[in-house]
Design a protein around this ligand. Structure first.
Ligand code: BTN
Ligand code: 3PY
Ligand code: ZN
Length: 629
C-alpha cells in the first residue's frame, strides 16, 4: 500500500527538481504512518549489529568501555560567569573593556570543539557533551568562554553522527545559561569547505546567534581581512562578540622566512581593529608559535591595537604550555586550552597544567584545579568509547615545525593517507605537504586552504611527482578539485598572488577570480528551497544546512526518516551495538526509557538478509536487516 515517497525519489534526492516538483508529483508526498520511535531505534541497532557502524574499523573496537564518572555538583542552576555578566550588562564592546581590565589570564575551554576535532576526528557526540554540560558550567564559572560549536563539528554531526548540530547548540545553551558560548566560523566559508554566497553566511550567523552563540571567532584561510568584513559586520549587527583572527604561519623568529614577519602580523591586527572586531585572536592552528616568538608577538600586538588579544595554539610539538606562559608574561588577555585528558599533541595545551603553573604568580587564573580535574576524569573515560577514531600522535612531534600541518587536519589527514594506500609513505606525505606550501609561495594553511594543500600533497606522492613535473605535465594531470579551487581564486587571494607558472599549469586556461569570491556568487534563494522541500517542514536551520551541504543534509534527513533521533543512544551502543545477551538502556524522551536486549543474530537468508532478535522492555521484537558484508 505504500508508494515510493519523495525521500526515496532519485530526482528529488539528487536535487534535480525545482519548485514545480511538488505540484507535478503529489503522490510522492503521501507518507506511511510514522513508525514509532522504538521500531526506528531497533532498525538502527540491528544495522549496527549486523553491518557495524560506518567508518569504524572493527579491529579497533575497545573490548570494554566504562561509564564516564560525572563530577558531583549541585543540581541548582550554574552561576553566571563574570564574563557573561559583563556581556549581558554592557554588550560586546563592554565585554572587551571588561577583559582588558582583568589582571588574571582568562581561559577558553576547547574540549567540546577543537580538542576532539584535533584528537578524535571530530567524532565526539552530543550525548557525551550534553551529559557533562551542567557540571562544566558549575566548575568553570570563572572562564571566559567555551568553544563548543562550528569548525568541522557542524558537517560531521550530520554526516557521521546522524545528529542535528543545532540541537546540540540549543541544549548547551539551556544547560550553560550563564556561560559565553563560542564558535569557530570560517568567514566566507561559514562552517564548510567552499565559499558561499554572502546571504548564506549572513543567514547562518543570524541563526547561530539566535540559537545561542555569543562569541564568533572568525578567520579567513588566506588571512585576507577583506574576507572577514562581511562576517564581522553581521556578528556586530546581531549584537554578538566579533573575535577576528589572524592565522599564524611560518616563524617570526626565523629571519629566512620573509612572508609572515612581525610587521605582517602587526599590519593584519591593525586592519582587524579597523574592521570593527571586538577581540583580536591569534589563531595558531598548527602550533607553530614558539615560546619566544609568542612573547614577542603578543607584546607587539598589544602595543599595536587596543583590542583584547586571545591566543589559540596547538600542542603538536609539545611546547604549547610554554608558549602560553610566555604569552601570559607578555600580557595576553585570554588563552585557549583543553581539559588535560583531551589536551596535548594535536589538541590544545592542558588547562589543568596551565592553571597550576600560573597559580603563584600575578596572572593567576583563580580557577579551582580540582574542579578541572573532575572534568578531566570524566573525559578520560568518555574518550575510551572513541578508540577507533584516535588517529593522532602518541606523543608530541616537533616535525610540525617542518610540515606545518594544522592540528585539526592532522587527525583525519593521516587516515586519508592510509585509505589511499599511502600509510607506509606517511613521512613522504608530510614532506610533500611542506613542498606544496613552498610551491604556492608559502601560504596560510587552514581550512579550506589546508585541505587544498593536503590533497595535492597526497596526489604528488601517489603519482611520484616533483614540483617540476607539476609545471611541465600540468596539461595531462587531473589535479585534486580543492587544489584547482585554490588556484582559481575560489578560496580568495594570497598576498602577492599565486606563482604564475603553477597557476597556469593547474588551471589549464581557466581564468582565475580576482575578487572576493563570496561577492561574485548569486544569492541563494531560501524561499524557493523552502517551497521545494514541501511537506518536510524544514526549519530555517535545516534550510541553511541544506544550502551549505545539500547531499549531506539529504542523507541525514533520509536517515532520520528511517532511524529517528539516534543522539539519545549512548556512545558505545551507538558505535558498536550490542553483543548477544547484552542489554542496553536508551532514554528516548524524558521519562520514556527503553530496555533493549539483543537475543541473537539469525543466519544469512538467501536474499542476503538476517533476522535480528531483540527483547524490548521484556517483549520480543525482531527486525530484518540487509547484510552488506
Ligand atoms: C520524521 O519526522 O519522522 C522524519 C521526517 C524528516 C524530517 C527532517 S529530518 C531533518 C529536518 N529536521 C527536522 O526537524 N525535520 C527535518
Ligand atoms: C577549522 O576550520 O575547523 C579549524 O579548526 C581550523 O583550524
Ligand atoms: Zn585550532
Amino acid at each position: 500500500p505504500f508508494l515510493e515517497n519523495v525521500l526515496q525519489n532519485e530526482t528529488f534526492l539528487k536535487g534535480e527538481c525545482d519548485t514545480t516538483f511538488i505540484e507535478d508529483h503529489p503522490e510522492l508526498f503521501r507518507f506511511r504512518p510514522r513508525q514509532d520511535r522504538a521500531n526506528k531505534l531497533l532498525a538502527y541497532l540491528g544495522d549496527v549489529i549486523v553491518n557495524g557502524a560506518p567508518e569504524v574499523d572493527r579491529a579497533l573496537i575497545p573490548k570494554l568501555v566504562h561509564a564516564a564518572p560525572l563530577p558531583k555538583v549541585t543540581h541548582e542552576a550554574p552561576p553566571t560567569s563574570p564574563a557573561f555578566a559583563a556581556f549581558q550588562k554592557q554588550g560586546a564592546a563592554g565585554l572587551a573593556r571588561w577583559v582588558l581590565e582583568q589582571k588574571s589570564v582568562l581561559l577558553t575551554d576547547t574540549t567540546f570543539r577543537d580538542a576532539h576535532q584535533s584528537l578524535l576526528a571530530t567524532r565526539v557526540r552530543s550525548y557525551d557533551i550534553e551529559r557533562v554540560a551542567h557540571a562544566t558550567a558549575h566548575l568553570t564559572a570563572g572562564f571566559f568562554s567555551h568553544e563548543m560549536w562550528g569548525g568541522a563539528t557542524f558537517d560531521v554531526a550530520y554526516r557521521f553522527l546522524h545528529e542535528d548540530p543545532w540541537q546540540r547548540l540549543r541544549v548547551l545553551r539551556r544547560r550553560m545559561p550563564g556561560t559565553l558560548l563560542q564558535m569557530l566560523l570560517r568567514a566566507g566559508n561559514a562552517v564548510g569547505y567552499a565559499n558561499y554566497p554572502d546571504n548564506v553566511v549572513a543567514r547562518f550567523i543570524e541563526l547561530a546567534a539566535g540559537n545561542g552563540i555569543d562569541v564568533f571567532r572568525i578567520f579567513d584561510c588566506l588571512n585576507q581581512v577583506e574576507n572577514l568584513r562581511p562576517s564581522i559586520d553581521k556578528v556586530v549587527e546581531c549584537g554578538k562578540v566579533a573575535e577576528a583572527a589572524v592565522c599564524y604561519s611560518g616563524d617570526i623568529s626565523d629571519g629566512k622566512r620573509s612572508k609572515f614577519t612581525l610587521p605582517y602580523y602587526v599590519e593584519r591586527a591593525r586592519q582587524i581593529e579597523r574592521a570593527g572586531a571586538h577581540i583580536l585572536a591569534i589563531k595558531d592552528m598548527a602550533g607553530l608559535l614558539k615560546p619566544d616568538a609568542a612573547r614577542i608577538l603578543v607584546t607587539e600586538l598589544k602595543n599595536a591595537v587596543d583590542l583584547p588579544v586571545h591566543l589559540h595554539t596547538h600542542d603538536t610539538a609539545g611546547n604549547a604550555v610554554a608558549t602560553l606562559l610566555e604569552a601570559a608574561r607578555a600580557g595576553v588577555d585570554i588563552v585557549d586550552g583543553a581539559l588535560s585528558s583531551m589536551s596535548g599533541t594535536t589538541s590544545q595545551p592542558s588547562l589543568n597544567a596551565l592553571v597550576y603553573a600560573l597559580a603563584s604568580g600575578e596572572r593567576a587564573t583563580g580557577i579551582d584545579p580540582h574542579g578541572l580535574q573532575a572534568l578531566a576524569d570524566y573525559w578520560e573515560v568518555a574518550r575510551e568509547a572513541y578508540a577507533p577514531f584516535e588517529c593522532g600522535l602518541k606523543a608530541g612531534s616537533a616535525d610540525v615545525y617542518e610540515h606545518e600541518m594544522p592540528g585539526g587536519q592532522y587527525s583525519n589527514f593521516r587516515t586519508q593517507a592510509i585509505s589511499m594506500g599511502l600509510g607506509e609513505r606517511w613521512d613522504e606525505v608530510k614532506r610533500a605537504y611542506r613542498m606544496v606550501n613552498d610551491m604556492l609561495g608559502d601560504i596560510v594553511k587552514v581550512t579550506p586552504s589546508s585541505k587544498a594543500v593536503g590533497d595535492m600533497a597526497l596526489f604528488m606522492v601517489q603519482n611520484d611527482l616533483t614540483p617540476d613535473d607539476v609545471i611541465a605535465r600540468g596539461a595531462e594531470l587531473a589535479f585534486p578539485d580543492a587544489f584547482v579551487d585554490l588556484l582559481a581564486g575560489r578560496m580568495g587571494q594570497p598576498d602577492g598572488g599565486f606563482p604564475r607558472a603553477l597557476q597556469k599549469a593547474v588551471l589549464k586556461g581557466e581564468k582565475p577570480l580576482k575578487k572576493r569570491p563570496g561577492a561574485l556568487l548569486k544569492a541563494y534563494d531560501f524561499e524557493a528551497a523552502r517551497k521545494a522541500s514541501g511537506h518536510r517542514k524544514l526549519s530555517d536551520e535545516d534550510l541553511v544546512a541544506q544550502a551549505m551541504f545539500p547531499q549531506v543534509f539529504r542523507d541525514y534527513a533520509r536517515f532520520v526518516e528511517r532511524c529517528g533521533d539516534v543522539s539519545v543512544i549512548d556512545t558505545p551502543i551507538f558505535f558498536y551495538g550490542l553483543k548477544p545477551g547484552e542489554e542496553g538502556v536508551v532514554t528516548i524522551d524524558e521519562g520514556k526509557t527503553l530496555i533493549v536486549k539483543l537475543l541473537a543474530i539469525g543466519e544469512m537468508e538467501p536474499d542476503g538478509t538476517r533476522q535480528v532478535f531483540f527483547e524490548l522492555n521484556g517483549r520480543r521484537r525482531d527486525v530484518v536487516i540487509q547484510d552488506r558484508s
